[in-house]
Design a protein around this ligand. Structure first.
Ligand code: PXL
Length: 283
């Protein structure tokens, strides 16, 4: 099989593993060539750090896209995440329209927030725009906060695990996010029972809704959403089903989380995933 090529549209944060510092090693080890379009360059991610630098790359993105177009580059996947400005929503939408081929997998991780709140650099207008961008996706990977934002629901009323009705409520949520079955959905941080967590997946190819679960590591960790969406994208490019790829992602995150906690790393450092990357190599 020729090496699949992915355009990866995320920020580059120097310290605190997230976005491109997770996306690129993960996809590379899974046998995918990454072409990065950095949306911003930050000294650290924005979760729990004060005084981070933020270089907005909005002006550069259309210039890079135009050069890539002149080279007639084709992508088997276009995968976007954290965006640096409201204007980037239109720019990334144009990129998807210009570069999408009949077999291109478009994954939009609608990165906006966590724990019911938007990230520091995300305005309400950006969150509204993210919902528009996500309409172009074949697959979206929201956490519960982002699912609430996408659907205009109250985060506090979503299923947070621990109640008997949570599985049915998560199924309904995944299906509600599928735009009438047109796009696949993997909701992250979806817990069907106490002590377990994972993803609730609606697969637009089969019309099936299926949960994948693993043991919950009760420790706050940063950057798990980017690991999830990256492993999922790599798995789908390998031909796995949505639930298979999501299962691989949640097991990988679980094992990395166990390592991270054992080392007593701070929340900001992110998940200590590098030593386990070999597990994602194609067999
Ligand atoms: O993991 C999501 C993410 C990506 N990029 C930056 C972030 C965050 C979450 O806080 O701050 C810069």
């Amino acid at each position: 099989m020729p090496t699949p090529r992915a355009a990866v549209i995320h920020d580059l944060s120097g310290f605190g593993r997230c976005s491109l510092t997770e996306v690129m090693p993960i996809l590379s080890v899974m046998g995918v060539q990454c072409c990065p379009l950095p949306t911003a360059f930050l000294s650290t991610h924005t979760g729990g750090f004060e005084g981070f630098t933020f270089l907005d790359m909005t002006e550069e993105l259309p210039r890079v896209a135009a050069h890539w177009k002149s080279l007639d580059l084709r992508f088997q996947a276009i995968y976007s995440g954290f965006l640096g400005s409201g204007r980037q929503i239109g720019i990334v939408s144009d990129f998807i329209r210009d570069f999408r081929g009949p077999d291109t997998l478009v994954v939009v991780d609608p990165v906006m927030g966590d724990d019911g709140r938007a990230y520091q650099t995300y305005t309400p207008a950006m969150c509204a725009g993210m919902a528009e961008l996500a309409k172009l996706a074949d697959v979206i990977t929201p956490n519960l906060t982002e699912a609430a934002f996408l659907l205009g629901r109250d985060y506090r009323e979503l299923p947070h695990g621990g109640s008997p009705g949570d599985e049915a409520a998560l199924r309904e949520l995944a299906e509600a996010l599928s735009l009438g079955g047109r796009r696949s959905v993997a909701i992250t941080g979806a817990s069907l029972s106490p002590g377990r967590t994972g993803a609730m997946c609606f697969d637009a190819r089969t019309g099936r809704t299926e949960a994948v679960q693993t043991d919950f590591v009760a420790h706050p960790l940063h950057g798990t959403g980017d690991i999830f969406a990256s492993v999922l994208t790599g798995g789908l490019l390998r031909g796995a089903s949505l639930a298979e790829a999501a299962g691989l992602a949640v097991e990988f995150i679980h094992d990395c989380a166990v390592r991270t906690v054992a080392q007593g790393l701070s929340l900001q450092e992110g998940v200590d995933f590098e030593p386990l990357l070999g597990r994602l190599c194609p067999r």
